[in-house]
Design a protein around this ligand. Structure first.
Ligand code: TRP
Length: 387
């Protein structure tokens, strides 16, 4: 594909993504400095992922903040298609959602779409997708969410809760809408064609409007949801989009859970991390002498990008790494060692919490009896707080 071409859809990203052009293509809004400051002021704290425009784009974030300022609630929702084990790129919106939840004291739903991955990944059996959903749920819980205000939805287990809402959505979408948005053909299976209705359903679990932190590749689903919302008398979902974490092999494309080597999994050992980062695409020069003379390019360097997007929240430290690498003072091997240490320190803690999460998981899984919404709407608002 020509260098200036790229594809971003929920099931495929390709090429070097130009995020400014993506905002235009998708018709979203940039998160301006003004909006950033407003978010930080209301949250009472900054967040590096917003400061650095890792979350770069939004829909209706302003209205969510307007409501919040006038004392009205919102709730959070995000999700994961369990096609394999969790990798660190998946954690981006979840970590940010946890911060939002803490700062705004709001409810959170997390959807695991085992059905979607059964429909979309030819070789994945439904049972395996459900197993991955339960494994992925551990990574989510390990980030520190509390069962008091958080529920996990697994599509095949919670269809009783999702279906009545999905049906409302499905009735207002037609094949030609979805076909245009996703590039479906007459050969696309019916599960895929219906699927957007299921991903939309959690947006309407509560009467309050929802805010969804998510990878920008998921925007097309919610574009459709937003068209439907007023037709069923509900709020349009608001979104905050994050950039895709680059694959280890370099710029272009996102980390994909299906490419073993392109990805750092949350269950990787320190030795695997060392090896994978050791082989990661770098913006360094071919040899030490040239590197000292010409310097490296942090913009394309995957290790630097991982530090920027996730592993080095301290701006001053990041800036120094950036400048030293750019000037040639820091070698690629040194940059990689910094990242390897950061990832392994993070994973050591994460993996311990992930094991503890096995016992706690039951408290998070939505009970599909119609009485387990977190309150404020749904069929029963008195069910809050008994966990
Ligand atoms: N389709 C998403 C994926 O493949 C999973 C998902 C479901 C999701 N609901 C969501 C992602 C809400 C973001 C927000 O990963």
């Amino acid at each position: 594909m020509p260098e200036d071409e790229f594809v971003v859809t929920p099931w495929r990203t390709e090429g070097q993504i130009d995020y400014d052009r993506l905002i235009e293509r998708f018709g979203t809004e940039r998160i301006t400095d003004e909006l950033k400051s407003r978010l930080f002021r209301l949250a009472g704290e900054d967040h590096y992922m917003v400061r650095r425009s890792i979350f770069f784009s939004h829909r209706d974030l302003g209205s969510i903040l307007d409501r919040y300022e006038s004392g009205q609630k919102f709730f959070l929702y995000t999700g994961r298609g369990p096609s394999g084990h969790t990798h660190i790129g998946h954690l981006l919106p979840w970590v940010f959602a946890k911060w939002l939840q803490d700062k705004f004291d709001v409810k959170m739903y997390f959807q695991l779409t085992d059905d979607e991955k059964f429909f979309s990944k030819g070789a994945l059996e439904m049972g395996d997708a459900t197993q991955y959903a339960l494994e992925n749920a551990l990574d989510f819980v390990a980030l520190g969410f509390k069962p008091r205000n958080t529920r996990i939805i697994i599509d095949t287990r919670n269809i009783r809760t999702l279906y009545p809402i999905a049906a409302q959505v499905a009735k207002r979408l037609n094949f030609s809408n979805t076909k245009a948005v996703f590039g479906f053909t007459n050969e696309t299976n019916l599960g895929m064609i219906f699927y957007t209705s299921l991903q939309s359903a959690p947006c309407f679990l509560e009467d309050d409007p929802v805010l969804i932190p998510l990878g920008v590749d998921q925007d097309p689903h919610f574009r459709l949801t937003r068209d439907v919302a007023p037709k069923i008398g509900r709020h349009k979902p608001a979104l905050m989009h994050n950039v895709m974490m680059p694959a280890l092999e370099g710029p272009g494309g996102k980390m994909s859970a299906s490419s073993e080597t392109g990805t750092i999994y949350t269950i990787d050992t320190p030795a695997q991390v060392r090896k994978k980062i050791g082989n990661a695409f770098s913006g360094g020069q071919p040899d030490k002498e040239q590197h000292r003379r010409l310097g490296g390019d942090p913009d394309v360097d995957v290790s630097y990008q991982y530090l920027r997007m996730f592993f080095e929240p301290d701006d001053a430290k990041l800036r120094k790494i950036h400048d030293d690498y750019r000037s040639g003072k820091m070698l690629t091997g040194e940059l990689k060692s910094i990242l390897i240490e950061k990832i392994n320190a993070f994973l050591e803690v994460h993996q311990a919490r992930r094991e503890e999460a096995r016992d706690a998981l039951g408290e998070f899984l939505l009970e599909d009896d119609g009485n387990d919404r977190l309150g404020n709407g749904g069929t029963d608002s008195s069910s809050d707080g008994n966990r």
